[in-house]
Design a protein around this ligand. Structure first.
Ligand SMILES: [Zn+2]
Length: 301
């Protein structure tokens, strides 16, 4: 008689009660043959039983876990199209993991394990209601295709170069979940934009701060350079700590004992806003330089 159990394990002990309420435990009896096959798969891949079961269930139940759900475009964001076009409840239908911002550029968004957090000035994070509106987001159903460890990263660039080695291609979208200890992390939270403000002007009054000795998770994506006007090309990471009360858009970090999960995306669903603001926006310009400034200006502090 064997039991397969699916539960969150890569979590600090003190968060267990909180996390248990957000993850489900599965107990079922399976045949000896299936169990042997699971063990073979576990030693072949190095993945946990929980991870293999979760991936197999997602495949069997036809959850589209290799689809990226992109709300609006990065060029619209640069042009100041900050009116919300989708609510958090609808986002959750398309995944449990992602990042973005809120109506009016009101803070940074992190979605992790199906919970959506808003991060405001100073990095203060809280869960948001499903009715909250969002103008821009990148969401997926995250199940790692591959996992690897990074013992030390002296900077964000050092971490990214380690991730580069594992990424199969520059031309595929990918999502990354990085759990570990962040000795120092430099963050920002966008603050509500004035009416008519564009992204580069709005981030002039962003909130920048540094956190130290935080256990937590990076939620991030790689977007290919051909996706310049849709996503944020290159890497884009947001952070949330284990207590889920501090986070932000990541500029730089020093971290250790990192567990990285990589999830490759093979198709993309672009949700085009039907707001007046989006429909009237001039999206012809090449916004890549402005986007780069807004997302990475302090990356090498
Ligand atoms: Zn961001």
């Amino acid at each position: 008689m064997q039991f397969a159990s699916v539960q969150e394990t890569a979590r600090p002990q003190r968060k267990n009660d909180f996390m248990q309420s957000r993850r489900h435990q599965l107990q079922c009896r399976i045949s000896r043959t299936l169990w042997a096959a699971l063990e073979t798969e576990q030693s072949r891949t190095g993945d946990s039983i929980a991870h293999i079961v979760e991936r197999a269930l997602a495949n069997e139940l036809d959850l589209k876990h290799h689809s990226l759900f992109q709300v609006s475009t990065s060029s619209a964001l640069v042009e100041g199209v900050f009116d919300g076009c989708i609510c958090v409840q609808d986002l959750k239908r398309h995944g449990d993991f992602g990042l973005g911002t809120f109506e009016g550029l009101d803070g940074e968004m992190v979605m992790l394990d199906g919970v959506c957090y808003q991060i405001c000035a100073g990095g203060v994070a809280h869960e948001v209601a499903d009715s909250t509106f969002v103008p821009f987001a990148t969401i997926t159903r995250f199940i790692a295709d591959q996992r690897f460890a990074v013992e030390q990263a002296g900077s964000l660039n050092e971490l990214l170069s380690q991730i580069d080695h594992q990424r199969p291609s520059d031309n595929l979208f990918a999502a990354f979940r990085v759990d570990g200890i962040f000795e120092r992390i430099s963050l920002r939270a966008a603050c509500k934009a004035e009416p008519g403000e564009k992204l580069v002007d709005a981030i002039e009054h962003q909130s920048q701060y540094v956190a130290e000795s935080e256990t937590g998770t990076l939620v991030g994506f790689w977007a290919p350079s051909y996706a310049t006007s849709i996503g944020v090309p290159g890497y884009h990471f947001h952070f949330i700590n284990a207590e889920r009360n501090l986070g932000g858009h990541v500029f730089d970090l020093r971290a250790k004992k990192l567990q990285v999960g990589m999830h490759i995306e093979t198709d993309i669903h672009l949700a085009i806003p039907e707001t007046q603001q989006f429909m009237a926006a001039d999206l012809a310009a090449d916004t890549s330089a402005a986007l780069d400034r807004a997302e990475k200006n302090s990356q090498r502090e």
